[in-house]
Design a protein around this ligand. Structure first.
Ligand SMILES: Nc1ncnc2c1ncn2[C@@H]1O[C@H](COP(=O)(O)OP(=O)(O)OP(=O)(O)O)[C@@H](O)[C@H]1O
Length: 630
């Protein structure tokens, strides 16, 4: 007999960190390891069922998951007849961290076991959780269609071994050698409870058999089916508890929170399908990762087809989790055939519409709940405003925004209802940092008049604004672009009686400033947007919004050309009044050049822009301070 070659391999650094934590864990919910293993086993059965559609020889008989506890040997065995793994799969799946989200999670580990354990509760760690209860793990696996089987073994610290093995049928058998303090997981009652709590919804039968130990158990050796075994979405709503829905959500969506919305319905008639969708409570870690997996799963007549179809739900609903089971698509539909498939397209449209109308209802019925959802996923939903022309109005209707007029969120309809007399536009300002946006000088005049401005700080905001010119006929208008119409709008304020620089002096000052700035600035003009700041920059009416321009510049989309801005000055500000007073003096252009350039730099700093010449700025500022202190 030829000698079995065993290869020893090191875990990826992140896995090692994770395992170290598992091995030394003090986590109270250790039982979740079983949920993870059953979940993987069920996914493996789903995958093979799909493969077998085109290659029927691959699968033999009914799918199932067998759990066997042996109290004498202190082992717990979980065996499935699913897809199995070959050598490369084993290395990729049980030696590295494949999910980008998990790598992210590991980065957040602090080394403080209590805090880290809380993180596990939030994110979960899949297969690796077995090392909370086992000090030795053997995985024997054979990929469907392969000749070779493999044995993966590890004690969970530093390294694992892979050797060729023998196994009759395709599938995976995981043997856990339980730690002394984890013997509870070898008892029938305990195991049965865990399986029904976490895995009742699993659509393949799970059997449990207990060997050794308490011989009084008459059923020893006799495997018994312990779960419901039917696909949860096929059962009537009235028979499913919230907890069962939540467990299914965690299984299907790889989530670790509770769903905030559960949408379960059946469509019959022209098209026939069942939908069981969930909105998570928290953002999944990989929400903004372009390579993110785990979308909604598509089943055809109970057979899992794919979980990465881009055509099932639009990208802007990518936070949704769950299952859509179609009766109309052919069972042998390949993943490629799903692209541009008219049946799928119709179904996708109808589901999207339904989701939106559920959101609309929720926004009316339970505003607080809807706003919590918006807070987590609004930034993604807003992508739909520019991606999904047909749904634009519907999304704008449910969209929520931060605004200067309210503490929490506002809808556009509510904003419009608060608009002032003669206010024709919906005003907004965009920026990258919500707090910095709130402090923008351009807001001053609007605040003083009680005119509301939407404060937009999601990256997507600048983009959808390009595509959505108005909401119910009211145009969106950036307050950092073009001349302000503040004086024409009837605001809350009394007649502004603050002392202002006289018109004539102001005209001289603006002329002087233009001369000093040359082509650095397109124009200088008196502002009615400012109340406390001396000067600010705005874009030309025909120009691009300043924040948008900055984003494009950062992504090298502008070819380096940034358009010249307009400097607006505040005629009521003490500095402007003083400068205006002297603007007509002889030689003013020399004496006032430095303070005027300082004003421009100040306005740039307020915008978060870089200064052309920081050394000159520092020199001018020092000179001004010296004068002030003299
Ligand atoms: N019983 C099994 N049969 C076949 N492949 C498996 C089995 N168990 C695990 N795998 C493979 O190993 C991978 C890693 O499993 P792991 O539980 O760590 O993460 P996951 O299932 O991808 O994500 P999550 O933990 O969020 O469920 C799986 O994606 C799968 O490809």
């Amino acid at each position: 007999m030829s000698e079995v070659k065993t290869e020893k391999m090191g875990f990826e650094a992140e896995v090692s960190r994770l395992l170290h934590m598992m091995v030394h864990s003090v986590y109270s919910d250790r039982e979740i390891f079983l949920r993870e293993l059953i979940s993987n086993a069920s996914d493996a059965c789903d995958k093979l069922r799909y493969e077998a559609l085109t290659k029927p020889d691959l699968a033999s008989g009914e799918f199932g998951i067998a759990i066997t506890a042996d109290a004498d040997a202190k082992t717990l065995t979980i065996e499935d007849n699913g897809i199995g793994m070959d050598r490369d799969d084993l290395i990729a799946n049980l030696g590295t961290i494949a999910r980008s989200g998990t790598a992210n999670f590991v980065d957040q580990l602090t080394g403080d076991s209590k805090k880290d354990m809380q993180l596990i509760g939030q994110f979960g760690v899949g297969f690796y959780s077995v090392f909370m209860v086992a000090d030795m793990v053997h995985v024997t696996t054979k990929k469907a269609g392969d000749e070779h089987a493999w044995l993966w073994s590890s004690a969970g610290e530093g390294s694992y071994e892979i050797a060729e093995a023998t196994k009759e049928a395709a599938g995976t058998k995981i043997v856990l050698h339980m730690k002394d303090d984890a013997k509870e997981f070898l008892e029938r009652f305990r195991l049965q409870k865990i399986i029904t709590t976490y895995s009742d919804h699993i659509a393949v039968p799970i059997t449990l058999a207990i060997n050794g130990g308490d011989k009084k158990d008459d059923d020893a050796d006799e495997p018994k089916v312990v779960n419901e075994g039917s696909a949860i979405w096929t059962r009537p709503k009235s028979e499913i508890t919230d907890e069962q829905y939540a467990e299914f959500y965690r299984h299907v969506g790889h989530g670790f929170d509770d769903p905030s919305v559960t949408l379960h319905y059946k469509v019959e008639g022209m098209q026939e399908y069942t939908v069981l969708l969930f909105v998570p409570t928290k953002q999944p870690m990989d929400l903004f990762d372009p390579a993110r997996k785990n979308r909604v799963k598509l089943y055809v007549k109970r057979v899992f087809i794919t979980d990465d179809s881009d055509d099932l739900l639009p990208g802007w609903l990518r936070f949704m989790r769950g299952v859509v089971d179609s009766q109309d698509l052919p069972l042998n539909v390949s993943r490629e055939m799903l692209q541009n498939n008219p049946t799928l397209e119709r179904m996708s449209k109808a589901i999207t519409k339904r989701v939106l109308s559920e959101f609309e209802k929720l926004a009316e019925k339970d505003t607080e709940k809807f706003e919590a959802i918006w807070g987590e996923f609004g930034a993604v939903i807003k992508e739909g405003i520019y991606e999904d022309f047909e749904r634009r109005d519907a999304i704008l209707k449910i969209a929520r925004f931060k605004s200067t007029g309210v503490d929490g969120w506002t809808s556009l309809a509510d904003y419009v209802s608060r608009m002032k007399d003669k206010q024709s536009a919906i005003y907004y300002i965009t920026g990258t940092d919500a707090e910095a946006v709130k402090r923008s000088p351009q807001l001053e005049g609007f605040r003083a008049k009680g005119i509301e401005v939407l404060l937009l700080s999601d990256a997507v905001d600048d983009f959808w604004l390009q595509m959505a010119p108005d909401f119910e006929g009211k145009p969106f208008k950036s307050i950092t672009r073009g001349a302000s119409e503040l004086k024409d709008i009837a605001g809350d304020d009394k007649e502004d009686e603050s002392e202002k620089a006289p018109e004539g002096e102001l005209a001289k000052l603006t002329a002087l400033m233009k001369e000093v700035f040359g082509d650095k600035i397109k124009d200088v003009r008196a502002s009615d947007r400012l109340t406390t700041t001396a000067a600010c920059l705005v874009a030309d009416d025909s120009g691009m919004d300043m924040h948008m321009e900055r984003i494009l510049k950062a992504h090298n989309q502008l070819g380096g050309a940034i358009s010249a801005k307009i400097l607006e000055i505040n005629p009521g500000h003490a500095v402007i009044r003083k400068l205006a007073e002297r603007a007509g003096d002889k030689g003013a252009i020399d004496t006032l050049a430095d303070p005027v350039l300082l004003l421009l730099d100040q306005a740039k700093i307020l915008e978060g822009d870089e200064l052309d010449d920081t050394a000159a700025f520092a020199r001018r500022l020092s000179a001004a301070m010296e004068k002030g202190l003299a």
